[in-house]
Write a protein that binds this ligand. Structure first.
Ligand code: AMP
Ligand code: MG
Length: 342
């Protein structure tokens, strides 16, 4: 009996600790950051795994926890424009226009990296990505900590980003290095997909990762904005094609292909679609909202739920629309479905 209890206790110890958002969680998170530790916290896009941007060893812990390749740069989170200017070089009037319009919010700007910032903060690049998040928990953390916090998405590298604290708990459970990881629960994320990453070091500025803030929204402020092709790996390593990927083999399908798969009876399928459909058992249907904002909010939770079905294949019905507001979602779906060998 004693042994059973001790094994159980051991298992519980292996898991991260979740605290509800509030003063206690913020105080503990701030002490952890000052001590060179890592904390998981909500932002309006996805949950982040944060450490002190100016502490090289703390940054290394993020890479280790995530299993993230060391050349994949991190986004530094700041309270405001002043905070961003302290850690970057090359801030210009266009950056001010963008930040005044969209900060706090899901827009990341890539600028030069100030020499005070360790190489590791940007995976060894001379540039640094900065963003001011809008989520109240992220904002209190930044204010109380008093400095920049580097925070990639709080998932294991290459997997699906977390949009709920439980997703973070699931990803880091039974991982010995995460046994003391503090996860602040601030509810589901309002946006649900990662920020738009805009490279301000080139002319015209280039979108390296599409997000809910599209080129059409940004251009009236600063003129021409380009959209980088999907496989510009060297421009933004984290945008490698296979990313945001569920465990289940995943295919993007049109209506015709979907019907074919469901009728073949060879495989048990889980279907993600925003169309009005029904599927017969043993197949499983996950219905999505029909508008791009609603779809984005639910996308990563849907991919995670799809994995839990342990089906043979995940079929995602293409959203198909030409509407620029679907570009970021189509980008994530293509990466989720990208060939595992790519
Ligand atoms: P994550 O925070 O996990 O959503 O990942 C951050 C992503 O932002 C990286 O994987 C890159 O795609 C992009 N990024 C961050 N910093 C830079 C940078 N200095 N230059 C280009 N892209 C960047
Ligand atoms: Mg990520």
């Amino acid at each position: 009996m004693k042994m059973v209890i001790s094994i159980r206790e051991h298992c519980i110890d292996m898991n991260p600790r979740q605290l509800p958002a509030g003063e206690m969680a913020i105080n503990e998170a701030v002490s952890t950051l000052h001590a060179g530790g890592v904390v998981a916290f909500p932002t309006e896009t996805v949950y982040g795994l944060g450490a002190d941007t100016l502490n090289d060893e703390a940054l290394e812990k993020i890479y280790q926890l995530k299993g993230r390749p060391s050349n994949n740069p991190l986004i530094a989170h700041v309270c405001d424009i002043d905070g961003a200017r302290k850690i970057t070089t090359g801030w210009d009037d266009r950056c001010s226009l963008l930040a005044e319009a969209w900060w706090p919010g899901p827009l990341t700007l890539v600028l030069g990296r100030d020499p005070s910032v360790p190489d590791r903060a940007s995976g060894g690049r001379p540039t640094l990505a900065v963003r001011s998040p809008e989520h109240p928990v992220a904002r209190s953390l930044l204010t109380e900590f008093g400095g920049p916090i580097s925070a990639p998405s709080a998932n294991r590298s290459g997997g699906v980003s977390p949009t709920r604290s439980q997703h973070v708990m699931d990803d880091f459970q039974n991982q010995p290095e995460a046994h003391d990881l503090l996860v602040i629960d601030g509810g589901p994320c309002r946006v649900g997909i990662e920020s738009t990453v805009l490279d301000m070091t080139v002319d015209p500025p280039r979108i390296l990762r599409p997000g809910v803030l599209t080129a059409e929204i940004l251009m009236p402020l600063i003129g021409q904005v380009e959209l980088a092709a999907m496989q510009t790996v060297s421009a933004s390593p984290g945008t490698m094609e296979r990313h945001y990927a569920p465990q289940t083999p995943c295919l993007l399908v049109d209506e015709f292909q979907l019907t074919g798969h469901l009728q073949s009876h060879e495989q048990r399928c889980v279907v993600i679609t925003s169309r009005d459909r029904a599927v017969d058992p043993p197949h499983v249907l996950i219905s999505m909202p029909t508008d791009p904002s609603g779809y984005a909010v639910e996308l990563y939770d849907a991919l995670r739920r799809a994995d839990m079905e342990r089906a043979d294949v995940l079929l995602i019905e293409s959203t198909g629309e030409e509407d620029p507001n679907w570009i970021a979602i189509q980008d994530r779906l293509m990466r989720a479905a990208a060939d595992r060998n790519s």
